[in-house]
Design a protein around this ligand. Sequence first.
Ligand SMILES: [Zn+2]
Length: 159
Amino acid sequence: MKTTEIRILVYEFESIDELPVNDQKLLIEARRITSLAYAPYSGFHVGAAVQLGNGQLLTGNNQENSAYPSGLCAERVALFYANANYPDSEVESIAISAAKNGVLVNEPVKPCGSCRQALAEAEVRFGKPIRIILDGQDTIMVLDSVESLLPLSFSKDSL
Ligand SMILES: [Zn+2]
């Protein structure tokens, strides 16, 4: 047997003011769109802001449904909107924020498995790492790549 260790780098910041200016701008948009989420069932509002290589900044938020599986997470709403409107532009970064009952969560919000897979596709599609900013009141986490969120991922090379 052989053991392989997989390491990921996580940058942690105590406040939005410590982030580079472009990350701050993206995170402010993610926070703004969080409040507009349609989440009457969970009360958990999530917002995502995507920075594209062509300069566009797009946002999305979670959209719930009384038939629960018919809803969609904020990350995929924003990402699919970006891909639908600007299919030739790479995703440079995504910021994700979340609020419970209108209050920003304490710990950084992390994408679900399905969103990680969709983000991995966007990274592989354009061959460029996507910077990920995960918002929280106590800590803001920044990752250099989706590989840090989803190591050993399934991709087109697996087909
Ligand atoms: Zn998700």
